[in-house]
Write a protein that binds this ligand. Structure first.
Ligand code: GLC
Length: 484
């Protein structure tokens, strides 16, 4: 089979710039393709939070200049090794338009029309529009060519639009991966002029006040995939399609679902740098020490017999936090402890804070984005909550299973594809607090039978959550693209 040259771009990249699961996938899928013998280049905005000390073989490549709102604007291009490979990671820096503020927060970007700080809603599109121009210009100037082009989520769709418009170049073969339809890139139409693209791209949409960038991606990508087979079907329905279901239906024959893998160098209880006691299936009894450590850290009673339920998540609507909040008093009646961590919207944060106050010997909530504490939960808890409203893939449930922590999940998207009731976890179907509570009670009951519990742990820990199979699935799509 031909070894491919892959163009890869995403807004995030773990460990350099992570906001969520997209970063983890962007950090591990290219590496998995490299292991299969392919070459790649990765294109990333030089976000403010990127720590130069972490960049290997870091060097300035060149300065480029792009036309942005009719003016020549400069950007610096840097290169370093993509983490754990010798493949190039290109970083695009501009203090005006890219490299200030967070990955997805926008309060320091300049508005090219006014020269002033951009309004909240405009900053992000300006950032990724400018990035798209820089990438296109750089690839052109350096004469870089690739067999396939892989885009992730709406932020990188403008890069694709530039390339397919570039008739001087050989045809570009595009794969668009949708990690989350919750973010569609709805942008005020007036900003689209910054891209300088012909009307054939945005023309039909321009009567509206906003343009949905992902809609354009869905229309113009050669192939599309989402991050689990179930989510690939769900998004064709109004309930999950975020208003794009009919656009997606038109592309049904080009739409695939590929479950994400985990980077098992990072998420591995045997190697995890944060766990106090590393373990594997053979030394599973050490997990009890991690549990005791976690209980102690959380100020809860240290006891082997009480099952500990963990939650590590962004506290966002997607994650089904309402279901947990609806049954807090019932949860408190069970012989169980609850250790949660995460940050997000105030009603959820406050709900958990209240629970901790009301039931101090049952609930502990660390209201922070604290990576070590999150890993202590994966390592030390017995059960892992993931009652998501929707979940394109979900990595938490797979990490939990790798660590012998049994997931309780709503059977949607990737959760439905990776967790099986009574075999690797506990599942429920509807967004119904009662169903969630019943699944939780099944977990409490199962925990009392340690032989049965051991079997659940073993099933999860021996299941394959690596990239091996999924990378092959992506490879198939790449070859399919090549033949188009
Ligand atoms: C998004 C989705 C999540 C998925 C991740 C990586 O964060 O919400 O379900 O696992 O992307 O694809």
């Amino acid at each position: 089979m031909k070894k491919l040259k892959i163009f890869f771009t995403a807004a995030e990249l773990t460990p350099l710039a992570k906001a969520g699961g997209l970063g983890d996938v962007a950090g591990s899928l290219p590496k998995a393709m490299y292991k299969l013998g392919h070459k790649f280049s990765f294109f990333l905005p030089f976000h403010e939070q990127i720590d130069k000390k972490q960049l290997k073989n870091f060097k300035h490549v060149k300065n480029i200049s792009v036309l942005f709102n009719g003016k020549n604007e400069k950007a610096e291009v840097y290169r370093c090794d993509f983490p754990n490979t010798n493949q190039p990671l290109y970083l695009f820096k501009s203090n005006k338009y890219i490299s200030r503020g967070g990955i997805y927060d926008n309060n320091k970007i300049q508005n090219p029309f006014t020269g002033k700080q951009a309004a909240q809603q405009d900053g992000i599109p300006i950032k990724y529009f400018f990035f798209s121009k820089c990438v296109r210009k750089f690839v052109e100037e350096e004469n870089l060519e690739f067999d396939v082009y892989h885009y992730n989520d709406w932020h990188t769709v403008p890069v694709m639009l530039h390339f397919i418009n570039d008739s001087e170049k050989p045809q570009h073969k595009n794969l668009l991966t949708i990690h989350n339809l919750g973010a569609r890139g709805s942008v005020p139409a007036k900003l689209y002029s910054l891209l300088g693209l012909p009307k054939k791209y945005t023309g039909p949409l321009e009567k509206k006040s906003r343009i949905i960038t992902l809609k354009l991606g869905i229309k113009f990508a050669d192939l599309i995939n989402t991050v689990s087979p179930t989510y690939a079907k769900e998004i064709l329905t109004p309930e999950y399609g975020a208003g794009l279901q009919s656009d997606l239906k038109k592309r049904k024959k080009d739409l695939y679902g590929i479950i994400n893998g985990l980077d098992l160098d990072l998420f591995n209880p045997q190697k995890d740098q944060y766990l106090k006691y590393n373990f594997n299936l053979k030394t599973i009894s050490k997990k009890k020490k991690d549990k005791a450590f976690l209980q102690k850290k959380s100020g809860l009673k240290v006891s082997e017999d009480i099952p500990v339920f963990g939650l590590v998540t962004r506290l966002a609507r997607q994650k089904g936090i309402d279901l947990i909040l609806a049954v807090l008093d019932d949860l408190a009646k069970l012989d169980a402890q609850y250790i949660f961590t995460g940050t997000g919207i105030p009603p959820y944060e406050n709900g958990f804070k209240k629970a901790m106050k009301k039931y101090p010997d049952k609930f502990y909530f660390l209201n922070d984005f604290d990576i070590p504490f999150g890993q202590w939960i994966y390592g030390g808890a017995d059960v892992f909550f993931m009652p998501s409203n929707f979940e394109p893939c979900g990595l938490g449930q797979m990490i939990a299973m790798e660590y012998g922590t049994i997931p309780v999940v709503r059977a949607t998207g990737g959760l439905a594809d990776t967790v099986k009731e009574g075999q690797t976890g506990f599942t429920f179907k509807d967004k119904d607090p009662e169903q969630f509570l019943r699944a939780t009670k099944r977990a409490v009951k199962a925990y009392q039978d340690q032989t049965k519990w051991m079997r659940l742990m073993e099933n999860g820990m021996t299941a394959d959550h690596s990239w091996t199979n999924s990378a092959r699935e992506y490879q198939k799509l790449y070859y399919k693209l090549e033949k188009l």
